[in-house]
Design a protein around this ligand. Structure first.
Ligand SMILES: Cc1cc2nc3c(=O)[nH]c(=O)nc-3n(C[C@H](O)[C@H](O)[C@H](O)COP(=O)(O)OP(=O)(O)OC[C@H]3O[C@@H](n4cnc5c(N)ncnc54)[C@H](O)[C@@H]3O)c2cc1C
Length: 287
């Protein structure tokens, strides 16, 4: 099928974009989720507003404590950029796992967050690290946690994600990212688990983050539950407690591809793997 007819405009800078937006406009970024929806006529907007000509949405600023990425940063840039890899390696690793090369070349960070697929890798990393998003509309601007944007209608009709700010990881942060996808399918994974972990000099855990996608309507993190895991030795029993907490927060569905029970088993399996990866990296960083 082909899309229903639509008008098209391509502003050259942010002020022009904000000056042109009206209710009902749909932003076009990488088009990797939107264009299939147009082709299948799941959406028939009156006008597409192509944001690819706006240079300011492609920034990549590595600051002392944070990294600011323009909404148009492509998945492949996140995977390949030496600056991003050094500052937020878990993000680079996750970006390299998105779809296939063509999807990564066109697809954008802002588009992935706006699209808010429950299993998507990059929103999950935003939730893991407590990233925030900067949004602009013709008459307002706001900064909110990425996790808050992943709920239905969280982004206003005329709002544009301009940039994403993530905390910069330190050289002492070990990290892990693993996912399970359907074999041979260049599609969203079934479940992903990501973690970052830091060790104290006595070998106990001094900081821990973990997050899951594909097992609830929106990605979720360990959050405050991580507190009870700090100050303990990261042995197999400890891995099991982390996995129990993450499985306990899951609310998976059964669909054509996997049962809810299988998704829960994946969380447990992947959690052990990412914690082992994170622990190894944290130990290497200390030695
Ligand atoms: C074959 C295939 C496999 C894929 N596999 C994966 C996968 O494994 N993992 C994964 O995470 N994704 C996957 N994707 C989706 C891909 O990552 C998309 O790139 C992403 O979901 C949307 O980004 P985009 O830039 O293409 O956005 P678009 O498709 O252009 O837009 C998507 C939606 O976001 C809105 N939007 C875009 N940018 C902004 C902005 N700055 N502010 C506000 N709203 C905005 C648009 O209006 C639209 O509603 C796959 C896609 C395909 C076609």
């Amino acid at each position: 099928m082909k899309p229903a007819p639509f008008d098209y405009t391509r502003p050259r800078h942010l002020a022009e974009l904000l000056g042109t937006l009206v209710d009902g406009d749909v932003l076009l970024a990488g088009g990797q989720s939107l264009l299939p929806e147009l082709n299948e006529r799941k959406r028939s907007p009156r006008r597409l507003v192509d944001i690819n000509g706006i240079g300011g949405l492609q920034r990549l600023d590595v600051r002392p404590d944070t990294v600011v990425l323009g909404a148009l940063t492509r998945h492949q840039t996140l995977a390949d950029s030496p600056e991003v890899r050094a500052a937020v390696p878990v993000l680079s690793c996750a970006a390299a796992r998105v779809g296939h090369a063509a999807v990564r070349t066109r697809g954008t960070l802002g588009g992935s967050i706006a699209n808010a697929d429950p299993a998507a890798e990059l929103p999950g990393i935003g939730v893991l690290l407590g990233a925030s998003a900067q949004l602009r509309s013709p008459d307002s601007s706001r900064t909110v946690g990425v996790g808050e944007l992943l709920h239905p209608r969280a982004i206003g009709e005329q709002e544009v994600i301009v940039a994403i700010e993530l905390p910069r990881m330190t050289g002492r942060d070990g990290w892990g990212f693993r996912e399970v996808s359907r074999p041979g399918a260049y599609a969203f994974p079934l479940v992903t688990v990501a973690a970052t972990l830091r060790l104290a000099v006595d070998g106990t855990v001094s900081a821990l983050r973990a997050a899951v996608t594909g097992a609830a309507p929106v990605p979720y993190a360990l959050g405050d539950a991580a507190g009870e895991l700090i100050g303990r030795r990261p042995d197999q029993e400890w891995f099991g407690v982390v996995a129990d907490l993450l499985v306990g927060r899951a609310d998976p569905v059964t669909d054509l591809y996997a049962s809810a029970a299988y998704r829960r088993r994946l969380i447990r399996h992947l959690t052990h793997g990412v914690l082992a990866d994170a622990l190894q990296r944290a130990r290497e960083a200390m030695s």
